[in-house]
Structures are given as C-alpha cells and as structure tokens.
Ligand binder design. Structure first.
Ligand code: CA2
Length: 150
C-alpha cells in the first residue's frame, strides 16, 4: 500500500520560521520521521512539496498511477483552491487532510477548507504527528479494516 504525502506552499519553510506555530522540525526531518513511521506500519510513501497550485493539481492526478491514497496539507491553498478540491474529487482516491497548526483557533480566513471537502479524515493541530495519524487512518480505510478514531 502506497500513499502520496503532499505538502503545499511554504511548508518547505518548516522549522525555519514561526516555530511557535509550526514547531522546530524542518521539512526534511519531517519527511524522514513520517517515512520511518509509515515504513514501520508497512506503508510505502512518496513525498512531494510545491509552492505552485498547478504542480499540486498535477501531483494529485499523477497519484492515480501509483498511489492508494493521499495525505494532503495544502498549506494556504486549503482556504482558496477549488482546483485542488476538484483534483481530489476527480481522482477519487481516499484522502486525509493535515494541518500542523490548529486552524480552528486561528484567523477567520482559515476557517474554510475546500480541500477538506474531498477528504475522509481531518488531522488538525497535531503537529507533524498528524501526518502519521492520517497515514494510519488511510491504511485502515484502504485495507478495509473500517474507520479509526481521528
Ligand atoms: O497548519 C498548517 O499546516 C497550515 O496548512 C499551514 C499553512 C497555513 O496557511 C494553513 O492555514 C495551515 C502555512 C504553511 C506555512 O508554513 C510555514 C512554516 C514555517 C514558517 C513559515 C511558514
């Protein structure tokens, strides 16, 4: 079972700025950690990060060729991108949304998630552990073991 773990704009800056909101682990260390946790769960991973909306749409479409599900943190495109929502709906792969910070307690403009409308799971405010929890959640759905608590 293989998952695409997709990150949107500015998430490559993890650990470099705003540690109070996004933590101190940098993007590469996050990838290493999440990949190792997934490996231990028997989940293969493909990571991709882009600052460009169209690249993210392409990555979602490409996932149809090799992935069983998508873990997505669309960054700020969460709150603006109908293109990403449409791509997730078009491929119709099981998907889970991750936000490192607790967007529910932040600015009003972060209260809408378009991408989240095409996701079966939502992992919000759990830091980088949210990626691992999202992967575990998708594994349960994909392997047919039903739902797990988020
Ligand atoms: O909490 C999240 O994971 C977000 O998706 C992060 C986005 C933000 O626009 C969403 O509302 C919530 C921003 C990613 C920016 O990441 C940075 C990381 C370190 C330093 C600066 C930005």
């Amino acid at each position: 079972m293989k998952l695409l773990i997709l990150n949107g704009p500015n998430l490559n800056m993890l650990g470099i700025r705003e540690p109070g909101i996004y933590g101190t682990v940098d993007y590469n260390a996050m990838v290493e950690y999440v990949a190792a946790c997934c490996d231990a769960l028997g989940i293969e991973t493909e990571f991709y990060q882009s600052n460009h909306e169209g690249d993210l749409v392409d990555a979602i479409q490409d996932a149809l060729q090799y992935a069983d599900g998508i873990v997505i943190n669309p960054g700020a495109y969460t709150h603006t991108s109908i293109a990403i929502l449409d791509a997730l709906k078009a491929v119709a792969l099981p998907a889970a949304e991750v936000h490192i910070s607790d967007v529910t307690k932040r600015e009003p403009f972060r209260q809408i998630s378009y991408a989240g409308m095409a996701c079966q799971g939502h992992f919000i405010g759990q830091g980088i552990e949210g990626y691992v929890n999202a992967a575990r959640f998708l594994q349960q759905i994909i392997t047919g073991k039903g739902t797990v608590p988020q």
